[in-house]
Design a binder for this molecule. Structure first.
Ligand SMILES: [Zn+2]
Length: 160
C-alpha cells in the first residue's frame, strides 16, 4: 500500500510510514461499527431512572421497617444514607443525560443531511478514499507501455 500523506510505496498495513511516520491502518479489515449516540443516551436514561427508583425505594423501606426503633443498628442509617446519596447522584446524571439528549436533538437534523459520513466521528471518510487509491495499479496495458517507453527514452538521452 501507499502512504496517503507522502506517497511512499511498499508499506505494510498497521505500521507507521517509513518516510513520514504516519500511522497506516489496515484497510482490508472492516471498520468497527459504533452504536449511535442516541442509543447510549437512551440506555443511560433507563439506567439512571432504574437506579434512582431502586435506591430511594430501598432507603425508604429501610427507614420504614428498621429505622427509628430502640434496637436500630447505626449501620442501617449509614446504608440508607448511602442509598439516598446514590439516588441523588443518579438524579444529577439523569439531568445531564436529558440535557445531552436535548442538544443532540437540536443537532440531529443537520447531520442527517450529510448522511453516513457524519454519523460516527471515527468512521474516517479518508479510509474510503484510500481504498480507491489502490486502483492506480490497475492501469490499462496500452497506457502503461506508452508511458514506460517514453520515460525510459528520456533519461537515457540525458545521461549518455
Ligand atoms: Zn508517509
Amino acid at each position: 500500500m501507499f502512504c496517503p500523506r507522502c506517497g511512499k510505496a511498499d508499506q505494510s498495513p498497521e505500521t507507521y510510514c517509513r518516510q513520514c511516520g504516519l500511522y497506516l491502518p489496515d484497510l482490508s479489515k472492516p471498520l468497527k461499527r459504533e452504536s449511535p449516540p442516541e442509543e447510549h443516551l437512551k440506555a443511560n436514561t433507563v439506567l439512571s431512572v432504574m437506579t434512582i427508583v431502586a435506591s430511594f425505594t430501598l432507603s425508604f423501606l429501610l427507614f420504614l421497617i428498621l429505622g427509628f426503633r430502640s434496637f436500630t443498628h447505626p449501620l442501617i442509617y449509614v446504608t440508607a444514607g448511602l442509598l439516598l446519596a446514590i439516588g441523588g447522584w443518579h438524579i444529577q446524571t439523569l439531568i445531564r443525560t436529558l440535557m445531552l439528549k436535548k442538544q443532540w436533538k437540536r443537532r440531529a437534523p443537520l447531520s442527517e443531511n450529510q448522511g453516513e459520513s457524519s454519523r460516527g466521528f471515527k468512521s474516517a471518510p479518508t479510509a474510503k478514499l484510500l481504498d480507491q487509491a489502490d486502483f492506480t495499479d490497475v492501469v490499462p496495458a496500452s497506457v502503461t507501455e506508452h508511458t514506460t517507453r517514453h520515460l525510459v527514452e528520456t533519461p537515457q538521452s540525458k545521461t549518455k
